[in-house]
Design a protein around this ligand. Structure first.
Ligand code: GLU
Length: 428
């Protein structure tokens, strides 16, 4: 019998169910939080550059808004599914709650591959996406942001479309906008830097020295890039980076014992965050199998690509040198792999805590938009560090006190906060 395909939403629900038991949640609260509150599925008709018409499938899922407007990115991905978007929207609810920002959880997506789309076609998809949900999103309802294969330019096209439809300026509608156009300094670095702030704190707890630390990273997109930047700035060394190869339609791991620096990485990637094989060769990086990143003798593993990348098939390859697994991606580790990691005594920094720097800075962006007063980069990053450090401390203390796995500790804090908001509003 063929193995059942991986379903991230089932995984998100399994994780939730386990925590609901631990927290002793009542049935109505479980029923509310196991599923999204609302979701929109729609077609986006686009006239392509060759004159043909094509319809792209788009989604927006609003998981929960008890603590504030829904918040979460929009992904452009050829393999997008509504269950992936549901899972990601659910994780956004927990993410905003664990860092204690007044926002709920949402996520959006379009089934498309921007590699094969012109700028004009991408703009048409962005504007078409907004037209389909214009009445259901906005600064006080649901605030999108960049995610896999979307960036500031996409956000600006979306903002422009909503402002045209509604009339007036609504910079708080969307975050991750370009700096100078309502964006926040530090937003580009925020997710990757946030990952490293949590690694720094975990290292303190484990008595590890950053200057002796090495990392192996899966992914070369925005999160991976800035995680590598700060990891090396703090004195660590990145010995491997795994990445999708657009030409070969498969992934490879690139390894360099001397270390892969931020500048080198940026010179090796295309605009979608995929490493070009010719540039990697010029840097003298050794090219290995896709999964080799997980089997590196590093101190820290940073899965910062897509979901289901640390699973029952590869978790046993993790070397005993690995002390920390920092989840830059959303949903990289399956519950089966969690058991293996727990057995190996690896300190896991769970995704919705580890990569919460992006949405935390998005929140700062909204605050700045509302005030129409923009902070300096250092001020943004200082506030980000404080939020991430406080959230990490609360999770690690609860984990120690209750002797629970860090993912469970993070879930317990986040779910309890959201459940309380639902109770206080009288929903359940
Ligand atoms: N897409 C990012 C995430 O998954 C950021 C979301 C946001 O800034 O709203 O956390």
């Amino acid at each position: 019998m063929a193995a059942k395909p991986f379903n991230p939403f089932e995984m998100a629900q399994r994780q939730f169910d386990a925590v609901a038991d631990k927290l002793g949640l009542d049935q109505a609260t479980r029923d509310l939080l196991r599923h999204p509150l609302r979701e929109y599925h729609f077609g986006i008709p686009v006239r392509m550059d060759d004159g043909a018409h094509k319809v792209f499938r788009g989604f927006r899922v609003q998981h929960n808004d008890a603590r504030g407007p829904c918040k979460g990115g929009i992904r452009f991905h050829p393999q997008e599914t509504v269950d992936t978007v549901r899972a990601l929207a659910t994780w956004m609810t927990w993410k905003c709650a664990v860092v204690d920002i007044p926002l709920g959880g949402g996520k959006g997506g379009v089934i498309c591959d921007p590699h094969n789309l012109s700028e004009r076609e991408q703009e048409a998809i962005c504007r078409g996406w907004v037209r389909q949900v214009a009445h259901n999103v906005g600064p006080i309802q649901d605030v999108p942001a960049p995610d896999v294969m979307t960036h500031g330019q996409h956000m600006l096209w979306m903002l422009d479309e909503l402002e045209v439809l509604r009339g007036g300026k609504l910079p708080g509608f969307i975050t991750g906008k370009p700096v100078g156009m309502g964006g926040s300094l530090g937003r580009t670095e925020a997710t990757g830097y946030g990952v490293v702030y949590t690694i720094r704190e975990a290292m303190k707890d484990l008595g590890l020295d950053f200057k002796q630390a090495t990392a192996s990273v899966q992914g070369a997109g925005n999160v991976a890039q800035y995680a590598i930047d700060l990891f090396t700035q703090l004195g660590g060394k990145v010995i491997a980076v795994a990445c999708w190869d657009q030409a070969d339609q498969r992934a490879y791991t690139y390894r360099c014992e001397a270390g892969i620096g931020f500048g080198q990485l940026m010179a090796a990637i295309d605009k979608f965050g995929t490493i070009r094989a010719d540039r990697a060769r010029e840097h003298g990086w050794e090219r290995l199998d896709a999964d080799a990143w997980i089997a590196q003798p590093a101190t820290v593993l940073i899965p910062a690509a897509l979901d289901n990348s640390v699973n029952a098939d590869n978790a046993h390859k993790i070397k005993p040198t690995v002390k920390i697994l920092a989840e830059g991606a959303n949903g990289p580790t399956t519950p089966e792999a969690d058991k293996i990691l727990e057995g190996k005594g690896i300190f896991v920094i769970p995704d919705f805590l580890c990569n919460a720097g992006g949405v935390t800075c998005s929140y700062f962006e909204q605050v700045q938009c509302n005030m129409n007063y923009y902070w300096e980069r250092d001020e943004v990053l200082q506030k980000l560090d404080t939020k991430m450090t406080n959230a990490f401390r609360a999770v690690s203390e609860l984990g120690r006190k209750r002797k629970v796995y860090t993912r469970d500790a993070a879930y317990m804090i986040a779910v309890a906060r959201v459940a309380e908001a639902c109770h206080l509003r009288g929903w359940v």
